[in-house]
Design a protein around this ligand. Structure first.
Ligand code: 1CP
Length: 349
C-alpha cells in the first residue's frame, strides 16, 4: 500500500483526526461544494453530472471553491459515491433533483456478474487526475471518499433514493448468502476507489454509510459491519485517517468505530459527549451542527455552533462539521461565519 497521501501530518485537521492537541479547532462542511455556491452554479453549467465528474480541471476548481470562500481546514474531492458503479457499467445515472437512479436494479444472483472489480487507472482515470491536480494546488489536506457497501447496495437494490429501504432489508434477510456476496463485491469496489485516491495524494478518507442508521445494531453488526471493516482495514497501512460517517447512526456509533475508523461522524441527534462515550477512547469524533439550523438567522446559528464547541469541551480529537450535508438554500455567508467562529472561539481548553 502506498503512503503517497500521508501528508499534512501537522495540519489541525489531520492532528485532530489522530486525537492530537491542536491550536485551533479544524472545520469543514460535508457537501461544502456545490449548489449553495453561486461560483459553482456558474462553472457547472447544464451538462450531465457524471460528465462534469469526468472533467478533472472542472472538478478541481469546484473542490477548491469552498476552501477559498470559507477558509475550511480540509477540501473534499468533488465526485459522488456512485461514480465507481457507473464506471464499471452498472447503469447508474445522477438525475438532477433526485440523485442516483439505477436503470436495472440488483435483484438476483446473476446480477453479481454486473459488479466486476474496479480497475481505478482504467475505469476512473479522471478521479485520479483530479486528486493529482488538487494535491498540487491545495494548502490544506484533501479528503478522498467512497460510499460504504450498505449505502451503495441500497441504491443498487432500490433503484434510487428510498424512504424505508424495504427491498434492501428484504434481500438482506431473505437471501443472506447473496446479500453477503453483494456486500463483499461492494467492499472491494469501495476499497479500490479509496486506495486510488490515497495513492494519488489524498490525505484522509471518509467512508459514507449515510443510510446505515436505518438498521438495528444487530443487523448492522451481522450484515454490514464485515464489509465496511474490509474497506477500513484495507486502508490501515495507508497512513491516512479514516472517517466513518452515517446519518441517524446514534445506536451504531460504537460499531462504526470498531469497524476500523479513526474518526466517527456524529449527526445532531446525539451530543458529542454521549457520542464519545459510545465510541470509546482512541477515536476522534466529527460533527455535529444540525445543517437545517444554518437556514436560521445568524444569532441562532452562532448559539448552536457555540453549543457544539461547548459540548466538544476543547478535548483533543474533535473535527467541527455539520451533522450531515449543507442543505440547498443555505446562505454561504452563514457558513463563512461558522468557520470564522470555530476558528476564533474554538480554542482548546
Ligand atoms: O462537497 C461536496 O459536495 C462533495 C461532493 C459529493 C459527495 C461527498 C457529492 C456531489 N456527493 C457526495 C456523496 C454522496 N452522494 C452521498 C454521501 C453523503 C451524504 O450522505 O450526503 C450520498 C448518499 C450520495 C448520493 C447522492 N448523489 C444524492 C443523495 C440522494 C438521496 O438518496 O437522498 C444526491 C442528490 C446525489 C447527486 C449529487 N452528488 C453531489 C452533488 C453536488 C449532487 C447533486 C447533483 C444534482 O442534483 O445535480
Amino acid at each position: 500500500m502506498t503512503t503517497a497521501g500521508a501528508g499534512h501530518a501537522e495540519s489541525p485537521f489531520i492532528r485532530a483526526c489522530r486525537g492530537q492537541a491542536v491550536d485551533r479547532v479544524p472545520v469543514w462542511f460535508m457537501r461544502q461544494a456545490g449548489r449553495a455556491l453561486p461560483e459553482y452554479r456558474k462553472v457547472r453549467g447544464e451538462g450531465r453530472f457524471l460528465d462534469a465528474i469526468a472533467d478533472p480541471a472542472l472538478c478541481a476548481e469546484i473542490t477548491l471553491q469552498p476552501v477559498r470562500r470559507y477558509g475550511v481546514d480540509a477540501a473534499i474531492l468533488f465526485s459522488d459515491i456512485v461514480v465507481p458503479l457507473a464506471a464499471i457499467g452498472f447503469g447508474v445515472d445522477i438525475v438532477p433533483g433526485t440523485g442516483p437512479v439505477v436503470e436495472s436494479p440488483f435483484r438476483r444472483a446473476a446480477d453479481l456478474a454486473r459488479l466486476r472489480p474496479l480497475e481505478a487507472e482504467v475505469d476512473v482515470p479522471y478521479v485520479i487526475e483530479t486528486v493529482r491536480l488538487l494535491v498540487q494546488e491545495l494548502e490544506v489536506p484533501l479528503i478522498g471518499f467512497a460510499g460504504a457497501p450498505y449505502t451503495l447496495a441500497s441504491y443498487l437494490i432500490e433503484g434510487g433514493p428510498s424512504r424505508d429501504y424495504a427491498r434492501t432489508k428484504s434481500l438482506m434477510h431473505a437471501d443472506p448468502d447473496l446479500w453477503m456476496a453483494l456486500m463483499d463485491r461492494l467492499a472491494d469496489l469501495s476499497l479500490a476507489f479509496l486506495a486510488a485516491q490515497v495513492g494519488a495524494g489524498a490525505s484522509a478518507v471518509q467512508l459514507f454509510d449515510s443510510w446505515a442508521g436505518g438498521l438495528s445494531a444487530a443487523d448492522y453488526e451481522r450484515f454490514v459491519m464485515p464489509a465496511s471493516r474490509k474497506v477500513l482495514d484495507g486502508l490501515a497501512g495507508a497512513g491516512v485517517p479514516r472517517i466513518h460517517f452515517g446519518v441517524g447512526n446514534g445506536e451504531l456509533l460504537g460499531l462504526m468505530g470498531e469497524a476500523g475508523a479513526d474518526v466517527v461522524g456524529v449527526d445532531w441527534r446525539v451530543t458529542l459527549t454521549e457520542a464519545r462515550r459510545r465510541v470509546g477512547p482512541g477515536r476522534a469524533v466529527q460533527g455535529n451542527l444540525d445543517p437545517a439550523l444554518c437556514l436560521a438567522p445568524w444569532d441562532v446559528v452562532a448559539e448552536a455552533a457555540r453549543a457544539v464547541l461547548a459540548d466538544a469541551g476543547g478535548r483533543p480529537g474533535h473535527v467541527f462539521n455539520l451533522g450531515h450535508g449543507v442543505l440547498p438554500g443555505t446562505d454561504p455567508d452563514i457558513l463563512t461565519r461558522v468557520a470564522d467562529l470555530v476558528h476564533s472561539e474554538g480554542v482548546p481548553a
